[in-house]
Design a protein around this ligand. Structure first.
Ligand code: S3P
Length: 738
């Protein structure tokens, strides 16, 4: 079915209907705009003020000629209006509505139509103000607001496409959602706050003696909080009834939360009070960052960020990249489980480590910050975590999910771990299987994928585990479970992997036995709060090391970089390729070796990357592929099959991307063969993988044309401020958000 819109009929010229009419009339993409309102004065005003082209005198006539009908009437009136228009619509008519609840509108449509017309796509613009009527129509009302479409099984995709473009033409961002989900989300984020505002103002207004004073002295907080109590009472009455069940559930949750806070205040329970306030404050920041400013989406990949890098240039100066991701995760975990207060500096304020931080807040730990990398964790002891209020959402972070699963398997309460679309494709059997051997009860989705449902109250027993793959996440997961398991838990790794967990446990005073490639812990110990200075992340520094190594004229110093021997594969490999790289000012900070890395351009040569270096540089391969593409001769990567199960299939993503730039590269099951040579420009898909995005940005230094990299929002998971720092160093990259 293809739709052609010559006439749009808007039924209901209130604030939403009027505003939509005004934009559509202005942008002229949806034909003549006819308005209808049961109040003929409003319709008349609509014509006089130029909101609509013309007024419908008879609804049946207007419906018969309309190609697109927008129902902008109160939700309660929807069924009557649908009944009035049903006899006059044709198969080609597109119909949508703007009601703020959806299940009841769809139920009404079912009653009226029997079979839902394919042109019907319910919608809901999340915009409004306390004003009402056509006189308040505002062309900018929808700009940068969200509009949710809830297509039905019967809705045609062509109808969804047209309505999407209609809303986009108003400056709105369109999201698609299931009906029930829409009603549940709106009950929590819109309907509940309106109830609170109405109820608060009403309660205060009923204070007989001094209500005038209360309102006279009401400060900004009161005004901000109660602004929405100025909204239309009839409309809200109708919304409450239309979304009754979902709203009642949210009201009950809120009432329980408020009662808990009341008790905390009554008992001067500072921990609960501070916990509630810091968690709430952080959750607000966390959600606006992780959910890209919206509570309606759980996926960063919804946010479109594109990098555009111009060819050429070099890098120079002294820079410090953000804190180490692996150490940041562990600082929150061990700090939370310690007795006493742990102070962290240099914490990575990236979405991955913030996801871990939020998870512990959700489990009742009071954590202040992060503030310029400083975090204060009020440890609750090994047995002090509390049941979280809902699933723990860890976004894109495999480390959070895998390490947490070990800890959670040993708790007294049930938990569920969920993540974004990319994480949901990654294998979790590698942690669930050995944890089950320890006695854990874990349910995964098909093929061991997330979400993980972990049953609490299981008695774990120590095991010895020979890891089939070199994975620090699996090792750490089992060691963390081992803190609670009966007897000894030991893990042998097939090749050395990062040992931050072992080092930090030791730093917190928890005994770890290290015997060759086997690490072991036993239950019964205690973690003592500590200070942690997180060094700069060598994995983030890698992008700049490779940048300097491939771009003639470069001379760069990276400050305070962690050079833990289990992480320095990149330094070893770049040196083998001929890079001019020196370590300055080597020192030890809080149990981790640190240095400044000075690197100058020198021509690279292709090598066969020694397989024993692969686990020591596992996150660095996307950038190393770029280095190899700029080297003279052939580079062979092998023994790196783990790259296929990272945030993306990194072998495939790099092979595809480099081929786009004209590089001679061939993928193999466990690596690639890369021939150095000239690189052109092109459009690269990063597959929402932060390291793929940053690697191609670095490639621009040696490219001959512009490189455009799609899906770069996830760079914020590990490297907030990457683009700005890259620009400072000399890379000609711009970020575009849309
Ligand atoms: C990490 C271990 C590595 C690495 C990841 C962080 C950690 O994963 O790729 O970015 O912090 O333990 P694997 O254990 O899957 O190799």
């Amino acid at each position: 079915m293809s739709y052609k819109i010559n006439t749009t009929l808007i039924i209901g010229l209130g604030l939403i209907g009027g505003s939509l009419a005004k934009v559509l009339r202005h942008n002229r993409q949806f034909g003549q705009i006819i308005g209808f309102d049961r109040d003929s004065d409003e319709t008349q005003l609509g014509v006089e003020s130029g909101v609509i082209d013309s007024a419908a005198t008879s609804l049946p006539d207007a419906v018969s000629i309309a190609d697109l009908i927008i129902l902008a009437v109160p939700v309660k009136a929807m069924e009557n209006v649908l009944t009035d228009i049903a006899p006059f619509i044709s198969e080609e008519t597109l119909i949508t509505d703007v009601g703020s609840t959806k299940a009841n509108v769809v139920a009404a449509a079912h009653r009226v139509f029997g079979t839902i017309p394919t042109g019907f796509v319910p919608g809901h613009p999340i915009a409004g103000s306390e004003k009402s009527g056509v006189a308040a129509a505002d062309e900018t009302l929808f700009e940068q607001h969200k509009v949710i479409l809830t297509p039905l099984a019967e809705s045609s995709s062509a109808a969804v496409t047209i309505l999407t473009s209609m809303w986009q033409s108003t400056g709105a961002e369109v999201l698609v959602m299931e009906i029930d989900k829409h009603d549940e989300v709106l009950a929590a984020t819109s309907h509940l706050p309106h109830m609170l505002a109405f109820s608060l103002v009403d309660t205060l207004a009923q204070e007989q003696d001094n209500n005038t004073d209360i309102f006279r002295y009401a400060a900004g907080g009161f005004r901000d909080f109660t602004r929405i109590a100025g909204s239309d009472p009839t409309m809200w009455h109708d919304i409450c009834l239309a979304n009754k069940d979902a709203l009642l559930t949210q009201l009950d949750r809120f009432t329980t939360g408020l009662a808990n806070l009341r008790t905390a205040i009554e008992c001067s329970d500072s921990e609960t009070m501070l916990g509630t306030f810091t968690r709430a404050r952080a959750a607000r920041e966390h959600f606006s960052r992780i959910l890209s400013g919206t509570a309606y989406s759980q996926d960063m990949s919804d946010k479109q960020v594109t990098f555009r890098a111009q060819p050429g240039g070099s890098v120079s100066g002294k820079i410090r990249v953000p804190g180490d991701k692996s150490i940041s995760h562990r600082s929150i975990m061990l700090g939370s489980l310690a007795d006493g207060v742990t102070e962290v500096t240099g914490f990575l304020e990236g979405e991955d480590s913030l996801a871990t931080l939020q998870s512990f807040r959700d489990m009742g730990v009071v954590i202040e910050g992060p503030n310029d990398g400083e975090v204060t964790i009020y440890g609750v002891g090994l047995n002090g975590l509390k049941e979280p209020p809902g699933p723990l959402y860890v976004g894109n972070s495999g480390t959070s999910m895998r390490l947490l699963s070990g800890l959670l398997a040993a708790q007294a309460f049930d938990t569920e771990l969920t993540g974004d679309a990319s994480l949901t494709k990654r294998p979790m059997g590698r942690v669930a299987d050995p944890l089950r051997l320890m006695g854990a009860e874990i349910e995964t989705a098909e093929n061991g994928r997330p979400p993980l449902k972990i049953k609490g109250g299981q008695a774990l027993s120590g095991i010895h585990y020979d890891m089939p793959m070199a994975s620090a996440q699996v090792k750490s997961c089992l060691l963390l479970a081992g803190l609670y398991a009966d007897g000894e838990t030991s893990v042998t790794e097939p090749a050395p992997t990062r040992d931050h967990t072992e080092r930090m446990l030791t730093g917190f005073g928890y005994p770890v036995k290290q015997n060759g490639s086997t690490a072991a812990v036993s239950a019964g110990g205690q973690l003592h709060a500590s200070r942690i200075d997180v060094p700069a992340d060598i994995s983030s520094a890698t992008f700049f090391m490779v940048a300097a190594a491939i771009a003639p004229g470069s001379d760069l110093t990276l400050e305070h970089v962690g050079i833990n021997p289990t992480r320095i594969g990149i330094i070893n490999i770049l040196r083998l390729m001929g890079a001019d790289l020196e370590l300055l000012n080597e020192r030890e900070v809080g149990g981790e070796p640190v240095a400044d890395i000075h690197i100058r351009y020198a021509p690279l040569k292709g090598i066969h990357i020694p397989e024993d270096q692969v686990p020591l540089a596992i996150d660095e391969f996307p950038a190393l592929f770029v280095a190899a593409a700029c080297a003279e001769g052939t580079t062979v990567v092998s023994g790196a099959e783990e790259l296929r199960v990272k945030e993306s299939d990194r072998i495939q993503a790099m092979v595809d991307g480099l081929k786009t730039l004209g590089v001679d590269i061939e993928g193999t099951p466990d690596g690639a063969i890369i021939k150095g040579g000239p690189m052109g420009g092109g459009v690269i898909e990063s597959h929402d993988d932060h390291r793929i995005a940053m690697s191609f940005c670095v490639a621009s230094l040696r490219a001959t044309d512009t490189i455009t990299i799609n899906e770069c929002a996830n760079v914020a998971t590990s490297f907030p401020g990457f683009v700005e720092l890259a620009q400072t160093a000399g890379i000609k990259v711009e970020k575009e958000e849309g």
